[in-house]
Design a protein around this ligand. Structure first.
Ligand code: NA7
Length: 540
């Protein structure tokens, strides 16, 4: 089928289709439009925001400081925008993304309330044929999936749920006009980042909150607070330096770790450094030493120290024991909290430890455990997580050469090259896909790097009149093997988590992000480009 045929059979033609209107989709559309491409973009939500459009539960906020959890691509944008708090709340992040969309006039490229259902590669035409939920068909040369790493929620699948008569909520699909829990007996299932952010605020409102915990989690205080005008002005004036520090860091935050490991430190200097990291708070704890995620002994030293701090936050020692994590800190995504552990000191909060008795299912009035204990609940909140990294990609029926689907290609694991491309899928790009640092790095900085790579690559193809780019199978296998090997040198593979896909029944297990550090990854990408797109086939 030729491009002309496609036009004749009614499909709209464009140069690039971008899926998603979060941080990634907005910047990608901006870059491609600026380069003169005709772009069509699709978003399931009714407006821009991506994960920040959907995740509106009480307490939702970023876990990387806002000064750096923001775009760096436009000097005026970063000089003018004011973040009200150290860690912005969801409404402020959404307001920021709405501002970006308006400032760069991006909404006109998007069809909202529209999901992409399938994308089929036509080898003869060398174009992707994209079909949407509104029945539209688009023929495009390039396809960019900017669908996010944590955007496909796991649907609650509990025995007897249909008979439950109370209200149900999901943190990742929160009602836009909020929920009033005053006077209600509320249950929250899960103790990941979402529940850890939401529980302290819901506890202040509800008559009683029951927290159903399957795995205790590490959480580090955010020490969140308002940013003063002076702090914000200073950041605006020194953004170049801040971004430089971010780019020099393996995790994408403006902070330099000591040059030695935790286990090499004397007890006194270890204590001082950990007190310092604790006082800064949040995700930084994982960067307190460069080997916290790579050396089990160093990790143990830091984990034990953090556990002491957690213990001190909980009044009842028996309760503290139940809330104590039992895995290396950071192996499951480190949570950043405000009053999470203190919440259990309240009279109206009960921890239900599902390790004592598993959740059996729902009754008409609430929840029941395997040991027969029942909990009558007016409302249940599912904070049970996502089909991370691949869920949103595989929600679209993507088929490359010879009709091979991405789902089939990834049956035994996420084969990819540099986390951005897949062999057999020409001119197909993923922003923060499996195999890229993504969730182990500052997401916004990670997104910007991937979008810049994709945009520069498309420019290169056009300038040199190549029709398509595609990863070579051999390089793809080598990269995927290397990503797996790197993950085995870390603590991340010591526990089941959404990083490994093991939080989803039937999903192939395998650590998905690249754990070798952002700096190292960017250098791999830079070298591949400098070597004339080493590892890729560029077709004329
Ligand atoms: P997470 O981090 O995947 O947390 C999900 C939580 O739900 C976790 O505590 C799970 O326990 C628990 N869970 C999942 N299924 C069940 C069932 N069936 N029964 C009991 N408990 C269950 O998702 P979040 O939304 O909190 O955070 C995701 C990321 O978003 C986060 O890391 C930030 O980066 C932002 P488990 O640990 O599997 O035993």
């Amino acid at each position: 089928m030729t491009a002309t045929n496609i036009e004749q059979d009614g499909a709209d033609t464009c140069d690039a289709v971008v899926v998603g209107a979060g941080f990634a989709g907005l910047y990608q559309v901006h870059r491609l439009h600026q380069a003169g491409l005709r772009v069509r973009a699709f978003e399931k939500g009714s407006d821009v925001g991506g994960t920040w459009y959907w995740n509106r539960y009480p307490g939702a906020r970023c876990d990387i400081e806002s000064i750096v959890y923001s775009y760096s691509f436009d000097a005026d944008l970063q000089r003018e925008w004011k973040w009200p708090q150290r860690y912005a709340e969801q409404p402020d992040i959404l307001r920021y993304l709405q501002h970006v969309a308006a400032r760069f006039d991006l909404r006109r490229h998007f069809s909202f309330d529209t999901s992409v259902q399938s994308a089929i590669y036509d080898e003869g035409a060398r174009r992707w044929r994209v079909r949407t939920s509104s029945g539209e068909e688009i023929s495009t040369r390039f396809l960019v999936m900017a669908t996010g790493c944590l955007s496909k929620p796991l649907e609650p699948d509990f025995k007897g749920l249909a008979q439950y008569r109370g209200a149900r909520y999901q943190t990742s699909r929160w009602p836009h006009d909020g929920v009033d829990f005053t006077g209600k007996r509320v249950g929250i299932i899960g103790t990941g980042s979402s529940a850890i952010q939401a529980a302290p605020l819901i506890a202040q409102q509800a008559e009683h909150l029951f927290v159903f915990q399957r795995t205790p989690q590490f959480a580090i205080p955010a020490w969140n607070r308002a940013l003063t005008d002076e702090e914000m002005r200073h950041a605006q004036d020194t953004y170049d330096e801040i971004r430089r520090l971010v780019r020099q860091s393996e995790v994408g935050i403006a902070y330099a770790s000591p040059d030695h490991g935790a286990k090499e430190a004397s007890p006194e200097s270890l204590r001082q450094q950990l007190e310092f990291a604790w006082a800064r708070g949040g995700y930084l704890m994982l960067a307190a030493y460069p080997d916290v995620v790579t050396d089990l002994e160093s990790n143990r030293l830091v984990s034990e120290w953090v556990k002491e701090k957690i213990r001190a936050r909980i009044e009842d020692p028996a309760l503290a024991r139940k809330l104590m994590p039992e895995y290396p800190m950071g192996a499951k995504r480190l949570c950043v909290d405000t009053n999470y552990f203190e919440t259990f000191n309240r009279d109206n909060v009960t921890l239900v430890d599902l390790r004592d008795s598993a959740l059996d299912g729902f009754t008409e009035r609430g929840l029941r455990l395997a040991n027969g204990t029942g909990y009558d609940l007016d409302a249940v909140i599912f904070a049970t997580g996502f089909d991370a990294m691949t869920g949103a990609l595989l929600a679209v029926d993507i088929r490359g050469r010879q009709g091979l689907s991405l789902r089939e290609k990834w049956r035994n694991g996420t084969l990819n090259y540099l986390g951005v491309t897949v062999s057999g899928f020409p001119n197909f790009f993923m922003i923060t896909g499996p195999g890229s640092p993504s969730v182990l790095y500052n997401m916004v900085a990670s997104i910007e790097q991937n979008v810049d790579f994709v945009s520069d690559t498309i420019d290169y193809l056009r300038q040199h009149q190549f029709a398509s780019i595609e990863a070579k199978p051999r390089e793809e296998r080598a990269w995927t093997k290397y990503v797996d090997w790197v993950s085995r040198q870390t603590i991340y593979t010591k526990v089941k988590s959404w990083y490994t896909g093991e939080n989803v029944d039937g999903k192939p297990a395998g650590f998905m992000p690249y754990a070798g550090g952002g700096l190292t990854y960017f250098e791999f990408v830079r070298q591949a480009v400098a070597d004339g797109y080493r590892g890729f086939t560029l077709a004329g």
